[in-house]
Design a protein around this ligand. Sequence first.
Ligand code: HEC
Ligand code: CU
Length: 363
Amino acid sequence: MSHISPVLWQFLVKWMTTFALFPPEASKIAPQMDALLFFMILISLIGLTIVTLLVVSFCILYSKERHPVAVQVEGSTLLEATWTIIPLGLFLVMFVWGALIYFRVFTPPANSMNIYVVGKQWMWKAEHPGGQHEINSLHVPTGRAVQLTLISQDVFHSFSIPAFRVKREAIPGRYTTVWFEPTVPGTYHLFCTQYCGTNHSQMIGDVVVMTPEGYKKWLDESTSGASLAQNGERLFASLSCAACHNARPDARGPGLANVYGAKLPLASGGTVTADDAYLRESILNPSQHVTQGYAPIMPTYQGQISEEGVIALVEYIKNLNSDYRIQQTLNTTDLLPESEGKPAPAVTGQAGKKPAPQGKVNP
Ligand code: HEC
Ligand SMILES: [Cu+2]
C-alpha cells in the first residue's frame, strides 16, 4: 500500500523516526494506519486554523471600540447546513476508513503462521510450533503473516509492538490473537502496556525481524529437539490422557483426531466449535461442556498443567488433524528443513474415525 504514502510523507516519517519522535513503520499495516492518523491530524490542523483565525479576526473586527452597539444576527440556514454537512462528511470518511483498517487488523489471513505468547509477571514467553522458545524476545520472518495466540498466566497484560502498530490484551484464562506481517528486517521494541505490578516497566523485550533465510537459520540454531506438538504428545502420555482417549473400541473418552475445528454436539444440547479456546477449556474445566454420548468422567487438570503445558497439548491435538498439519507444514515447517523428515505425532484416534495420514507431509 505504498501508493498511499507519498514521497513527502515518507520523508516526514523517516525524519520523525530518526529523531525518535515516531516509531518506524515495520509491518504491512503500519503505513495504512499512519495514513489515517495523518489524515486525522491534517483535518484537525485545518479545523484548528480556521477556528483560531475566526476567533482572532472577530475579536479585532467586532471589538467594543469598533462596534459600541451590538448587532443582532438572526442566523443563516445555508451557513449552518455547510458547517454541519462538511464535518459530517469528514467524520464519516474517518469512520469508514478506520473500520476498514479495524477489520483488517482483526482478521488474520488463513495462511498465517502461529506463535504462542504467554505473559506473566514480568516477562513474555514465546513458543514457536517447532519447539523453539524465547523470553522477552520474538523472532519473526519478513513477508509472512504471523499470528500470535496470547494468554496470561496471572494478571492482565497488554502485548504491544509499536513498530507494527499492534497491541492486544493478554488475559488470564482466555486466548486472544493478534497478527501482523513484518516488512523491514531489524530490531524493534516489545512492551507490556498495561500496568501489571511492581516490575511492569521491565516487561519489555525485542522483536527481531529477519529475512526468511535468516529466520530459517535462527530456527535451526534455536531448536530444542522436540516440536511443540511432540512436547504435547509427551505430556499427553505422562498425564495418562491416553487411558481414556485412545483408539480402542471400549475407550471411555472420545477420539481426538480431527476434533480441532469440528462442531461437537453437547450433552446439554446445541453444538460447539472446537477451537483453541475450547480445547483449553475442555482440559482445564471438562465439566463445563460435556460432549454428547460421554459420561462427565474426565478429571480437571486445573492447577496441574502450566499454560505452556496446555499450549503444547492444544498444539498436539491440533496436529492430530491431517489438514491442520498440512497447513502448518505449508506455513511454518517449510522454513524448517530438518523437520521434513520428522515423523508426524502418533494418532490416538477413536476406532471408526479416519486417522490422520502418518509420516512425511510434503507441500
Ligand atoms: C477418565 C478419563 C479421561 C481422562 C484421563 C482424560 N479425559 Fe479428556 N475426556 C474424557 C471424556 C469422557 C470426554 C467427553 C466428555 C466431556 O466433554 O467431558 C473428554 C473430553 C475431552 C476433550 C474434548 C473433546 C471432545 O471430543 O469432547 C478434550 C480436548 C480432552 N478430553 C482432552 C484430554 C486431555 C488433554 C487429557 C489429559 C490431560 C484428558 N482429556 C484426560 C475422558 C477423559
Ligand atoms: Cu505486564
